[in-house]
Design a protein around this ligand. Structure first.
Ligand SMILES: [Zn+2]
Length: 202
């Protein structure tokens, strides 16, 4: 009997994963620079915050349902310089995909060559932005163990790092956009919501 109760409890915990609300572009924390660095070894509070943010990235609902590739700590109101990066080559709906914790990231150098590409943001699901950024960058950060890593990044990876470091500096993609468009995923999402609403009314 006791065993049964335990199993039931575990199941209900899994169903109601504790995740953060993702803040929208109008929230002051998205336009405020995060100053606090992540200190190693991590204390329990920070470990719990990272775990909860990992669940948030894996299970987020709404327009980007489970498809977010990265999220910065201040997008959920955490005042710490780190962001999460999912393995974006994996199936976007694979919630077990690998997620890296990038702490105290810094851009040491950037290429003169730039490109304009489309970007999306979990905090701005209604729109996509076309942003010009350096094609490659040299970054330094600490991994989840506190190990310092220096890496040259290019292409999509360089773009994601710049987008997320911007978040930590209080800058979001609309502030850098050459132009914005309605996010096609948002249109799909709205249509789905309307269909559900109509079903309820029938
Ligand atoms: Zn973003």
């Amino acid at each position: 009997m006791k065993k049964f109760v335990f199993k039931k409890t575990l199941k209900s915990i899994k169903q109601k994963a504790d995740i953060y609300n993702i803040l929208s572009q109008n929230d002051i924390q998205l336009t405020t620079q995060v100053k606090k660095e992540v200190i190693f070894p991590l204390n329990q509070e920070v470990e719990d915050q990272i775990d909860k943010l990992v669940d948030t990235l894996r299970l987020n609902k709404g327009v980007y349902e489970k498809r977010g590739v990265a999220i910065a700590a201040n997008q959920v109101g955490l005042d710490l310089r780190f962001f999460l990066l999912a393995d974006y080559d994996a199936n976007p709906f694979d919630i077990q995909k690998r997620i890296l914790t990038i702490c105290n990231p810094q851009i040491l150098d950037k290429s003169k060559e730039t490109s304009e590409e489309e970007e999306g943001c979990l905090s701005i699901p209604e729109q996509v932005a076309f942003v010009t950024r350096p094609i490659s960058i040299l970054v330094e950060y600490q991994n989840i163990m506190g190990k310092k890593i220096k890496q040259e990044l290019s292409g999509l990876q360089a773009r994601i790092f710049q987008h997320e470091i911007d978040h930590l500096d209080g800058i979001h993609m609309l502030q850098r956009a050459n132009r914005v468009e309605v996010n096609p995923l948002y249109v799909q999402y709205q249509n789905k919501q309307k269909a559900l609403q109509n079903q309820k009314e029938l």
